[in-house]
Design a protein around this ligand. Sequence first.
Ligand code: 6R9
Length: 569
Amino acid sequence: MKVEIYKATDQHANMPNYDEAQENLSWDEVEKAFSWYDTGKINMAYETIDRHVHDGYGDKIALHYKLDDDIQSYTFKEMMENSNKAANVLKDIGVKKGDRVFIFMARSPELYFTLLGALKIGAIVGPLFEAFMEKAVKDRLENSEASTIITTSELVGRVPVDELPDLQHVVVVGDQVDEDQINFRELYQDASDEFDIEWLDKEDGLILHYTSGSTGQPKGVLHVQEAMVQQYISGKYVLDLKEDDIYWCTADPGWVTGTSYGIFAPWLNRTTNVVVGGRFSPESWYDALEKLKVTVWYSAPTAFRMLMGASDDIIEKYDLSSLRHVLSVGEPLNPEVVKWGMDVYKLRIHDTWWMTETGAHMIVNFPSLDIKAGSMGKPLPGVEATIIDDQGNELPPNRMGNLALKKGWPAMMREIWKNKPKYDSYFIGDWYISGDSAYKDEEGYFWFQGRVDDVIMTAGERVGPFEIESKLVEHEAVQEAGVIGKPDPIRGEIVKAFIALREGYEPTDELKEEIRVFVKNGLAAHAAPREIEFKDSLPKTRSGKIMRRVLKAWELDLPAGDLSSMDDN
Ligand code: 6R9
């Protein structure tokens, strides 16, 4: 397959240099940026907010929150005071260090105040997507034995209080609050805006993100305070956050991207952070980029594909000239999307690869590197990545295998909540096994192939679904595609594609044949889907990943496993 290369240009000359960082970066040195270097103690909320006030940046804008035409802005000093108030409310009702405190609300300034306030007490925060229904909420609170949930009048009905014996405090943000619930706003009004932060060790708990596997219950991935070391440095190097940047990460805090890079990385770097409420539409997103003059923008392939599907007239209505750096995460970034980004934004979209479990960036298109469209880039300086076989042997370049990471990066999860065997199963010797298959080329660039269990074996050929999906979305009629291996008595598996069409295209047999031939001629005969099925939309997680296991379950008439992370909108 021909690889498009987008070279680093003069524009990137003053961005962080990969080779220098590779040579100079040591985690011990980065740690010196934080207070435990002097005091031996730490607290994420202090390092993200309060310290900037003490350093003389209290008047700098920390947060722009935009909902439709309304923009609310808060300085670092106001963030400090508001989170102090929230911390006082929580402490007064009895929340303690180490408690699991869940936050279940739509993006709003109060979400950020309460999250930071809980951290100031030393609680472990568990963010939930607002779209979760009762069972998803229950599973997570039950598993983690949460003491507290902070939610809204609209959502509190989905918290099955009677079935959660450990849950002591139901804190409701809103105007209609029942007697047996804690009325946040009422207590908040009178709360002091000063608070004595709970000083913690770097191994103390920070955040608990639940992620869904292909089977069984969602698992609680625990991160600790030390994660800040890597979140800070990747914010500085990979997001290239600088003094005057206005940064927007589009992810919800229910997804790890929305905390590591929607809260921690930008504020550790003292950056002005943008949060946009409400629903996605190309107009509302471009409006946010224009109005807030966003300079650094971090989003996901599914969003870029939707923007790509919108008509070109829309983008022409907006002034996006403030943008200088664009990044992507969550799913493979199709070369077609990178090409489109060059056309419409005149910028390279920098793909980044990492996982809930890794807590921060692991493989990235570092700003100063040439981009090979379709590649995830190279390991973050300080991180060692490789490809190994199932026995743990390292494989030479261009061989597909398990993407593995050498233990010991600061943002690594420390625990799967109450499930040691599960945690241990991630490792072979010193290698953390990601569950993704990939290969590395001669120049050290990594190429994603699929989740290990998604790789297709057809007539003895091993094909990664991503390559085929990327080809499919190059076809003008295709909005999105998900590809699976369907069992076949002769070929082992055949390639089957589920396709959502762009507006204006009819799902005909002729179109199926045209698409098949398009892949055959553009990629390889064995990669051309033998079966194509058109769907109105594809099943996706809330973070935008196409759920191939659901496609497979549809196909085979099997149970689809835990679906709490599925976006049902
Ligand atoms: C941050 C995040 C992790 C899984 C990961 C992989 C997929 C993430 C990717 C990517 C290809 C990228 N993934 N980034 N695949 N290219 N740049 O997404 O965490 O929700 O835990 O998902 O997402 O399969 O293993 P999480």
